[in-house]
Design a protein around this ligand. Structure first.
Ligand code: UD1
Length: 425
């Protein structure tokens, strides 16, 4: 398996272009199942998860064609779906595969989707997705590791659903399902992440009737069918935040291009509290920590617009190098401090208390080490720590990074980082 080798201690300076958001692209790709016409998606990132979702859609019968316009455009033709089963072999690789459930049941009245199972950051059940589909009239059975969903008359029926907990994937699945349901669906306590807004805006282009976009209450009037559309995937706010932290941790200055600071309000507030200066530009922002004296701060992860759990690990690396103490509280996932023991091996001073909090006491230096991470964002946290550390850091299990960071080495090298991939068989 490939490794990434970093020689730390270089302040990064330059420009980084942000890719299309993986977490927006995956539900958008699943949305192509809602119509027999063609959905064209632009700005799709080249990532392992996009390949996994493509394989899943292809085995359902979706024809995917690539255009060579150089901006990551794929056309999805779902006119001939011949298989309503999402097999374990694909779903186990990527939990977001469960996003095909809502569209398939909405369009065909039935589907069979493997249960995703647990993952490194928590148990991550899909019970709320199923509860909502049942409320819309689907009969759900769990058999041999599969969710088997069927409707009596071949369609879902709109209704009033209050999500018992804010769920991004649950909101996306049910929002897509509701676009083809009979009658009106109201989704309360819905997640309102920018990726959900992006999905809703694409669904509207496809002919869906949705109001309340960007809020916690979505009202959807079901349509008989949806039609073709072209949509550009929103830029990746988690990638943008990660590179802003790369500027901060190396005490450098990076212009983050093709990013929207408005989708990063909570991250911007925390970074500013630490002493990083962030200035909006025409198509992004500049993260500047040159000559900055960074200090610790307290942070709690929350659903959007709160501080994203997907930036918690990266921020932990930064706080480990800032002066003073910081308290980090993780409220979304129950096992999301797996990066801490690896950071400790590099010299960080962090105490984890119970499943949800960590006290970080900043240190003046970290030392390079051989490390490995259990998930995507934890891997990025180790890259960031490696960029700051003295000496050499080798990161194993690079496949996690390949799931979510397009051209990572190229983007960081362009800002002066010494980072290289070592191919291993
Ligand atoms: C999405 C993101 C992921 C991000 C997470 C939270 C994608 C592809 N992934 O994941 O990067 O970290 O949002 O912002 O967009 N839960 C239940 N029952 C359910 C559904 C969720 O208990 O049916 C719980 C989960 O275990 C978790 C919390 O709700 O503790 C939030 O999960 P959710 O928002 O659904 O995360 P994902 O959509 O899986």
């Amino acid at each position: 398996m490939d490794q990434i080798r970093i020689k730390g201690g270089i302040p990064l300076k330059g420009k980084i272009h942000i890719s299309g958001a993986k977490n927006a692209a995956l539900p958008l790709m699943a949305a192509s199942l809602l119509t027999k016409e063609v959905l064209t998606l632009k700005n799709l990132p080249h990532l392992a998860d996009i390949m996994t979702m493509s394989s899943l859609l292809i085995q359902h019968g979706v024809k995917i064609t690539m255009t060579d316009d150089g901006v990551g455009t794929l056309r999805f033709d779902s006119s001939k779906i011949f298989n309503l089963k999402a097999p374990y072999d694909i779903v186990r690789k990527m939990r977001a595969s469960v996003l095909v459930l809502g569209p398939l049941v909405a369009r065909y009245g039935k589907a069979k989707v493997s249960l995703p199972g647990g993952c490194a950051i928590g148990t991550r059940p899909v019970d709320i997705h199923l509860f909502a589909l049942e409320k819309m009239g689907a009969k759900i059975e769990i058999k041999e590791g599969y969710i088997i969903a069927k409707t009596e008359n071949g369609y879902l029926t709109g209704c009033d659903i209050t999500f018992p907990k804010v769920t991004v994937g649950g909101t996306e699945n049910i929002l897509m399902a509701a676009t083809l349901a009979k009658g009106q669906t109201v989704l309360r306590n819905a997640a309102c992440e920018p990726e959900i807004t992006d999905l809703a805006e694409c669904l509207v282009k496809m002919g869906a009737d949705i109001s309340g976009i960007g809020t916690n209450t979505l009202v959807i009037n079901g349509r008989d069918s949806l039609h073709s559309a072209t949509h550009k995937v929103v830029s990746d706010r988690i990638e943008a935040a990660s590179y802003a932290i790369a500027a901060a941790i190396t005490r450098g200055k990076i212009e983050i291009v093709d990013a929207d600071l408005k989708n990063l309000t909570a991250v911007a507030r925390v970074l500013t509290e630490c002493g990083v200066s962030l200035n909006e530009t025409e198509c992004g922002f500049i993260a500047d920590a040159e000559n900055a004296f960074l200090i610790g701060t307290d942070v709690m992860t929350e659903p959007y617009p709160g501080f994203p759990t997907d930036v918690q690990a990266q921020l932990t690396a930064l706080l480990a190098t800032a002066s003073g103490a910081s308290l980090i509280t993780e409220t979304i996932f129950e096992n999301r401090f797996m990066h801490v023991p690896e950071l400790a091996r590099m010299g960080a001073n962090i105490n984890v208390h119970g499943p949800s909090s960590a006290i970080v006491r900043g240190v003046k230096s970290l030392s390079g080490a051989e490390v490995m991470a259990t998930d995507l964002r934890a891997s990025m946290c180790l890259v960031l720590a490696g960029l700051f550390a003295e000496g050499e850091t080798t990161i194993n299990r690079v496949y996690h990074l390949d799931r979510g960071y397009e051209n990572l080495e190229e983007k960081l090298s362009a800002c002066g980082a010494f980072i290289e991939r070592i191919a291993r068989n």
